[in-house]
Ligand binder design. Structure first.
Ligand code: SF4
Length: 207
């Protein structure tokens, strides 16, 4: 037997192709994180890293394995929504189980958005932990006020992204969470990411 390691970039290509599949309209998943990233992914897609490819593959795989039914499309206020499975949001994470906080703003945003389009007020979040292998679920119940406020935010973000697409200019100001830049394929040229870095450098030197 002989074997040798080689660089197989087919996985990265397959994930990249999937990420860059042209999508008509604005999806709820375009609105929960950095709007600038959503803009670039649609109008000027950048190559993703190997690490991103693997993480996306794990995420897609977990979702398809747990809930293989085809996604259903719901369109409300010109926002396309494709819940993983009616009433259940599936996520995978490399985070530790101990002290895990399921209340991540972008997960809540998505679940409340799906509650709005499905006309329900509770949602299950199932999180697959990669190491150690584990799955945990939480049932969230939201008030109608929370769901409505969340939807108003979704509409505001939709409008910002829509204007950016019309003008073909990245949205500004943007709404990214700082951790996003580390895993973003646009970080090499995105000025907001550089501004964050400079701000942190200043804070570190000032401390
Ligand atoms: S580098 Fe950061 S701010 Fe820039 S597009 Fe990516 S996530 Fe958004």
């Amino acid at each position: 037997m002989e074997y040798k390691e080689f660089e197989d970039i087919s996985l990265i290509r397959a994930i990249q192709t999937r990420l860059n599949e042209p999508r008509i309209g604005i999806h709820l998943s375009d609105l929960d994180l950095c709007l600038k990233k959503a803009y670039y992914r649609k109008l000027d897609p950048q190559p993703i890293s190997r690490k991103q490819a693997v993480l996306y593959a794990v995420g897609f795989g977990v979702q398809k394995w747990l809930y293989p039914e085809p996604e259903k499309l719901f369109i409300v206020d010109d926002i396309d929504c494709t819940p993983d499975y009616t009433g259940v949001e599936v996520k995978s994470t490399r985070a530790a189980i101990k002290n895990f906080d399921p209340c991540k703003p972008h997960w809540l945003f998505r679940m409340m958005g799906y509650c709005k389009v499905l006309g329900i007020d509770s949602y299950v979040l199932s999180v697959v932990f990669v190491i150690p292998a584990e799955i945990r679920s939480w049932r969230f119940k939201f008030t109608s006020k929370e769901i409505e406020q969340n939807w108003q935010e979704a509409l505001a973000r939709r409008d910002i992204l829509r204007i950016a697409f019309q003008k073909q200019q990245p949205p500004s100001p943007d709404f990214h969470q700082v951790w996003e830049c580390k895993m973003c394929e646009c970080s090499g040229f995105c000025l907001d990411q550089l501004k964050d870095r400079m701000r942190f450098t200043r804070i570190r030197f000032a401390a």
